[in-house]
Design a protein around this ligand. Structure first.
Ligand code: ADP
Length: 635
């Protein structure tokens, strides 16, 4: 400052704020008017303290004025708001000029501020727009634009010009609309008008560019600037190129749509579960499967609420395994909807992040109700068919069995008559009569056994499997098949192992298998002139199970039929159904066993049935094996 200006008397009496300082804006001296106006002591105002009292929106403008002042040129004038002692901003006209060579701070600035009190005080300051537009917007990597209060565009940065290929002269006012894709013009104008009317900030997505170079999706963010009275003085906008994001979003949307469609088609829902926090995410199909409103907040309670009460243990176990960090969870259980409808589902899950303690699970739930129902229907049809063939077999058996039963009945009658004769003697022979009654009881027992077996076989037997003695089952079957075998002149040979393990088996089903195999063997020997020997062998297999072989000396299988033997409806017999071996296979496989057919080295064929065992020595059936010994010796 000049010595004159430094004079406290003169400077302090002037009704204007006067100060000077270095190009960085730090004040080296200020007059007393500063303290009078702001209520702050000089120490607080010196340096950069004075700048703290400027309106935040005006600081940049003033700082730039200070910085440029020392470069010479015209004085800079601007409107600046400064906080007074009562805490209100007052408008000043500020003039900043270069410090003269004779000033204390050569190369710095000198400034004076006079209270701005005229009718234009409320008008927007040019400084604001001017200041902002002078900012090096060209270097900013986004498009920037600005309009006057009424929406008249008067500024776009270089980036905008490069992007749209439209110079400011064409864009200004409302010309910029040409840079908007024709399909988006009306919508973007509507949004812009709404913002102008409402005075709110907002955003709009539209395509920007031109015909030649093409258009890209952009997002324009708009914000009004208001003066101290709240009136809008300008609008400012920034535009971001969101083409890549938009494409990624579209691709994601498309793949999500495909996924949702695929999930709906395949009745498969997917989920993500954080077992530590319990956070659960469901795909739309999951909501459909569990029948919750889309968007409902779901957690494990919601899952269990839809789980069939009888399967709650299974479902709880599955989620406990997830909680324990199991690598692969695969379970089937049922859901029950509030109206009582039941759905069969298969739930699969595996961890997607193998870091200990952090893993989340991704999973799928497949609605297998239809498959399960089809399976049940198939099983039912098979059971019905098996029953029908059993009845058909019974038809053939019944005639010979009736004959077989009539034999013991005739024997009972004969023994009864003999018994009476022994008793009617002058001296009754009680011993002989006793023996006759004993024979009667034995015959009656034999007839009862045959009838009981016949009834068991005819029943649609639902009895469960139990550990049973296969030798006993073979003997009971022989009881049924014997009459027919005798009629066909078949000699039955039983070679039953005395030390046979008990295996878990459905006795009536195994009887049905054995009858089928014996009948087939017997029929294959129809044309055999010599001894028609049918051998049934039982033995223990290596895994603690039981092997039963039915061997004949008949025609054997034709080599080309071998593949088809166990297929349903394959028959070489004129009146055959072709279901016998197929049913045998189903029954044996449902027991976890196997059935195989092959030709003998000599004449005939043999069918081998293997039933799995439990490898538990205590299940060996010593009692029935003793019976087996009897049977072996009998045949
Ligand atoms: P079906 O007895 O009604 O023909 P099966 O399924 O029991 O039906 O048998 C299918 C076919 O397998 C028979 O038609 C026959 O050709 C052949 N087959 C079955 N068992 C024997 C056997 N022990 N010896 C020769 N061929 C057999």
């Amino acid at each position: 400052m000049t010595p004159e200006l430094d004079s406290p008397n003169l400077l302090d009496t002037i009704p204007a704020l006067i100060w000077n300082g270095s190009p960085d804006g730090g004040a080296s001296s200020l007059n007393a008017a500063w303290t009078r106006f702001t209520g702050r002591p000089p120490a607080e105002l010196l340096g950069f303290g004075w700048q703290r009292l400027l309106h935040p929106d005006d600081i940049y403008c003033v700082q730039e004025g200070c910085a440029r002042a020392h470069g010479g040129g015209a004085d800079r004038r601007m409107h600046v708001r400064i906080l007074d002692a009562s805490g209100r901003y007052q408008r000043f006209l500020v003039s900043i000029s270069a410090n003269g060579a004779d000033y204390d701070a050569p190369g710095g600035f000198a400034a004076a501020a006079i209270r701005f009190i005229d009718s234009r005080a409320d008008k927007p300051t040019d400084c604001m727009g001017e200041r902002d537009l002078r900012f090096p917007w060209g270097h900013v990597p986004v498009m920037v634009w600005s309009t006057q209060a009424d929406g008249y565009l008067d500024f776009v940065n270089d980036h905008w010009v490069r992007f749209t290929g439209m110079p400011l002269e064409r864009a200004q006012g409302w010309g910029w609309q040409e840079a908007v894709h024709p399909d988006d013009r009306e919508r973007s104008m509507r949004v812009w008008r709404q913002l102008l009317e409402s005075g709110l900030e907002g955003s709009c997505e539209c395509r920007l560019g031109n015909h030649e170079r093409g258009y890209r999706w952009c997002m324009s963010i708009v914000k009004p600037r208001r003066d101290a009275t709240g009136r809008i003085v300008r609008w400012y906008g920034a535009i971001l190129d969101i083409e890549d994001r938009k494409r990624a979003e579209d691709a994601l949307r498309l793949s999500e749509a495909y996924l949702t469609d695929a999930q709906r088609l395949s009745h498969t829902g997917s989920f993500a579960l954080n077992p530590h926090t319990g956070a659960l995410y469901w795909s739309p199909e999951m909501y459909r499967l569990y029948e919750y409103e889309p968007g409902t907040k779901v957690d494990l309670r919601a899952v269990f609420a839809r789980t069939h009460p009888d399967d709650l243990d299974e479902a709880t176990r599955a989620f406990a395994r997830i909680g324990a960090g199991d690598l692969e969870v695969d379970t089937t259980h049922r859901l029950m909807m509030p109206d009582g409808r039941v759905k069969d589902i298969r739930l699969l899950a595996h961890p997607v992040d193998y870091q200990a303690g952090k893993s989340e699970y991704a999973g799928a739930v497949i609605d297998i109700s239809e498959a399960k129902q089809a399976e049940r229907r198939l099983q039912q049809a098979h059971d019905d068919l098996a029953h029908a063939t059993r009845i058909a077999t019974l038809g053939e058996l019944t005639a010979s069995i009736a004959h077989e039963v009539s034999q013991p009945l005739a024997a009972i009658a004969a023994n009864g008559a003999a018994g009476l004769r022994w008793l009617a003697r002058g001296e009754p022979d009680v011993g002989e009569a006793w023996l006759a009654v004993e024979r009667m009881i034995k015959d009656a027992q034999r007839a009862t056994d045959v009838v009981r077996q016949l009834r068991a076989l005819a029943r649609k037997d639902g009895t469960a499997r139990k550990f049973d003695d296969v030798n006993r089952i073979i003997q009971e079957t022989v009881l049924l098949a014997q009459p027919q075998l005798s009629k066909n002149r078949v000699v039955l040979k039983l070679e039953l192992c005395a030390q046979l393990p008990r295996v878990e088996v459905h006795a009536v089903q195994l009887q049905q298998v054995l009858i089928n195999l014996m009948t087939n063997g017997s029929q294959s020997m129809d044309g055999v002139d010599g001894a028609r020997v049918l051998t049934v062998t039982s033995s223990a297999s290596a895994d603690g199970g039981v092997r039963v072989v039915v061997r004949d000396v008949g025609t054997g299988f034709a080599a080309h039929d071998h593949e088809k033997l166990f297929s349903p409806f394959f028959t070489t017999k004129q009146d055959g159904m072709g279901m016998g071996l197929s049913i045998c296979k189903t029954i044996i496989e449902s027991h976890g066993g196997t059935i195989m057919a092959c030709n003998n080295a000599g004449p005939g064929a043999q069918v081998t049935v293997e039933l799995p065992g439990a490898c538990r020595p205590e299940r060996y059936a010593s009692a029935s094996s003793r019976k087996a010994d009897d049977a072996n010796s009998r045949v």
